[in-house]
Design a protein around this ligand. Structure first.
Ligand code: F6P
Length: 359
């Protein structure tokens, strides 16, 4: 009898259930009745505190199109994994204990950056791990694509599309703030798909003068409105030069804006006289059902994870490379971010169309 543990960790996304279904269906197909899947509640928390349930094949039925995660999730910061909990419990030892007590052959982790780091830590501690690349941010190193990303692109694009019609009616500047604190893949893709005039990413610090000029240039040519797609983590050239500590200090002084989009909005109004509105779709971007692309990707990734388990190949994240599935060693994935290269072809093409990146 094979015993496989499974957990979903970190921020959720639309395609977690579809991925777990892919893993489970493939495992049941390979092992028939000779496999048991143990689902841990709320991510690593369930593994730490032995909060789990034995899953049945029917648990994975009818969940292909269901967003969220049937196992629940939570954020368990990697940097605190070696810090005992409030009762002095050693979390890493506790996770190893649960794994061994349940006689697991492998733990399947569906997670983003932090979760992959913890997966690698557990690998170093001797557990058999297979991981899957989840995140709407598409910022996992080692894979061209993460599941959740395309569904989030659809929602963020839809938000920009809706804003487009109202922006055109009123002749205003609209700023849509898109998720992504450290990387701008989602903003770049949704911005282009939604026809944004200005796209601001964390990887390309913006010059507010350039942004204001781009808005004015549109005004001059008779355009009644401008749409700006701003990543949550967009940063001005000025602020990008500061250390984390200096930036924190700076933010304590002057006007405190709810987020970068509001700050940019205030600066545009002050300098162009144009009315600005800010829209923040926020966690809507992680909600709802997975798009068809993600359903296919999740199913493929899930089946590939089961295949690794069958072959006893542990310590890998299943990944996408040039449209094919591959495996990347966890030690290579852990701790690295896949960022937008400001010199990449997509940015050059967007610039060729006149999209302003604020640089
Ligand atoms: O990592 C996914 C993500 O949605 C980011 O884009 C966003 O910045 C962050 O999670 C939000 O986290 P939380 O759900 O904890 O507010």
């Amino acid at each position: 009898m094979k015993r496989i543990g499974m957990l979903t960790s970190g921020g959720d996304c639309q395609s977690l259930n579809a991925t777990m279904r892919g893993v489970a269906k493939a495992l049941y197909n390979i092992y028939q009745d000779e496999v048991e899947i143990v689902g841990f509640e709320d991510g690593y928390k369930g593994l730490i505190y032995a909060d789990y349930r034995l899953m049945k094949p029917q648990d994975f039925s009818g969940i292909l199109t269901r967003g969220g995660t049937i196992l629940g999730t939570s954020r368990q910061p990697f940097k605190l994994m070696r810090t005992p909990d409030e009762n002095g419990l050693d979390k890493v030892e506790a996770m190893k204990h649960t794994y061994r007590k349940l006689k697991l052959d492998c733990l399947v982790v569906l997670g983003g950056n932090g979760s992959q780091k913890t997966a690698n830590l557990l690998r170093e501690e001797g557990l058999n791990i297979v991981s899957l690349p989840k995140t709407i941010d598409n910022d996992l190193w080692g894979t061209d694509m993460t599941f959740g990303f395309q569904s989030a692109v659809n929602i963020a694009t839809n938000a920009i599309d809706c804003i487009h019609t109202t922006a055109a009616s009123h002749g205003r500047v609209f700023i849509v703030e898109i998720m992504g604190h450290k990387v701008g893949w989602l903003t770049l893709h949704a911005g282009m798909a939604g026809g944004a005039d200005i796209i601001l990413l964390p990887e390309i610090p913006y010059d507010i003068d350039v942004v204001v000029e781009a808005v004015k240039a549109r005004q001059k040519t008779g355009k009644r409105f401008s749409i700006i797609a701003v990543a949550e983590g967009a940063i001005s050239k000025e602020d990008a030069k500061l250390t984390k500590k200096e930036l924190k200090e700076k933010k304590k002084t002057g006007i405190v804006y709810p987020s970068v989009a509001y700050e940019i909005g205030a600066q545009i109004t002050e300098r162009t006289g144009q009315e600005v509105r800010v829209t923040v779709p926020g966690h809507m971007q992680r909600g709802g059902e997975p798009c068809p692309y993600d359903r296919v990707l999740s199913s493929r990734l899930g089946a590939a994870a089961a295949r690794l388990i069958e072959k006893g190949e542990y310590g890998y994240m299943v990944a996408v490379k040039d449209n094919d599935l591959t495996k990347v060693p966890l030690e290579e994935v852990a701790g690295k971010l896949k960022m937008v290269d400001p010199q990449c072809a997509m940015i050059a093409e967007a610039k060729a169309m006149g999209i302003c990146f604020g640089d």
